[in-house]
Design a binder for this molecule. Structure first.
Ligand SMILES: NC(=O)c1ccc[n+]([C@@H]2O[C@H](COP(=O)([O-])OP(=O)(O)OC[C@H]3O[C@@H](n4cnc5c(N)ncnc54)[C@H](O)[C@@H]3O)[C@@H](O)[C@H]2O)c1
Length: 318
């Protein structure tokens, strides 16, 4: 059971989702140790995290078992978020599998040997591939398209293996299209928000790939971080849960919301390009049953938080 000194290791804790998770688990009484190689962390955010009370930051790489092993020593729980993104996995499958698959194996193995009680794994809706029907249920079908997606699904299966072999209880969370303050500008799906905002703010028309009918299930990063914190404190074990809103937003609708928020007079243009996934809509009944979680931030409000963040972070175009 969690005590005043219970420590959770957050791998990738200096990243976009990780930095929000660190704050939320601190609020719930955990001490936090972060393991991150700073590959993709924002230096300003990393400084803010390192300055927080009850947070220790270790610079290290999940690909090196000895680093993971020393970071895991004495922790009661692990939130595993360190990974390289979808784009990277297409450009460099070997490095992607090294980090996302072997790195996960290192984390699970070290956690099992250190007697860690609880583990929460940051998985992805990409395990489903391009769905044949909506909403997408946790039971599948699965059709991972890239090495990134393959590694996420394999990570869940390795959790199941370690869960049976050790005393570790676990949940995997399949994040849908996470957006919100701090989002990286080059993320495969949600970068569309930043890209559109930049073009619209310059008075240029947003360019939509395909016909604009492809949809995403945008879930706010604060809601995602709360799902992680609830999963950490829950005793439910042995399954993967969707973290989305259950609501589809087409890219054409996204462009419309952004144009409205910025109050500019532009119309989107369409450019033919193959899109990997044409639609997303999570079933969120199961996460509600298991964790009592549901999204609290609606899309219109959430987009406002991104625009405010871009302005306050001195983003040139916002
Ligand atoms: N952002 C999304 O929409 C989304 C959707 C589905 C799943 N996810 C998953 O959520 C997790 C967090 O994603 P994010 O969007 O915050 O990404 P991010 O790139 O902002 O954060 C990942 C963090 O991991 C660190 N990292 C990368 N390689 C590492 C390594 N070898 N060793 C140690 N640290 C390393 C990076 O420096 C970064 O701080 C990832 O596992 C990602 O696959 C994200």
């Amino acid at each position: 059971m969690k005590s005043q000194d219970s420590t959770v290791l957050v791998t990738g804790g200096l990243g976009y989702i990780g930095s929000h998770v660190v704050r939320q688990v601190l609020d719930r009484g955990w001490k936090v140790r972060v393991l991150d190689n700073r590959y993709r962390s924002d230096p300003g955010v990393a400084r803010q995290i390192a300055d927080l009370d009850r947070v220790e930051v270790i610079e290290g790489d999940v690909r090196y078992a000895h680093m993971v092993e020393s970071a895991t020593r004495g922790v009661e729980a692990v939130v595993h978020l360190a990974a390289v993104c979808m784009n990277k996995s297409i450009a460099d499958p070997t490095e992607s599998l090294d980090v996302n698959l072997m790195g996960t194996q290192n984390v699970l193995d070290a956690a099992g040997r250190a007697g860690v009680r609880r583990i929460v794994y940051g998985s992805s809706a990409s395990v489903y591939g391009d769905p044949k029907s909506l909403p997408m249920f946790e039971s599948g079908p699965f059709a991972p398209i890239t090495p990134y997606c393959v590694a996420k699904l394999a990570g869940e299966q390795m959790l199941d293996f370690y869960g049976r072999r050790t005393k570790m209880s676990w949940l995997a969370l399949r994040f849908f299209n996470v957006y919100g303050p701090g989002q990286p500008t080059d993320a495969y799906y949600t970068s569309v928000v930043n890209t559109f905002l930049n073009r619209i703010a310059r008075g240029e028309a947003p360019v939509i790939d395909g016909k604009g009918s492809q949809s995403m299930d945008f879930v706010h990063v604060e809601d995602v971080a709360r799902a992680v914190a609830l999963a950490l404190d829950s005793e439910a074990t042995g399954e993967a849960l969707n973290v989305g809103t259950g609501r589809q937003t087409t890219i054409a609708e996204l462009a419309e919301v952004l144009i409205k928020h910025l109050g500019v007079d532009v119309q989107p243009t369409f450019s033919p390009r193959e899109v990997l996934v044409t639609q997303r809509e999570a079933s969120i009944d199961r996460i509600h049953q298991v964790l009592g979680w549901e999204p609290a931030i609606d899309f219109e409000y959430g987009i406002g938080t991104v625009i405010d963040w871009l302005k306050s972070s001195g983003h040139p175009q916002a």
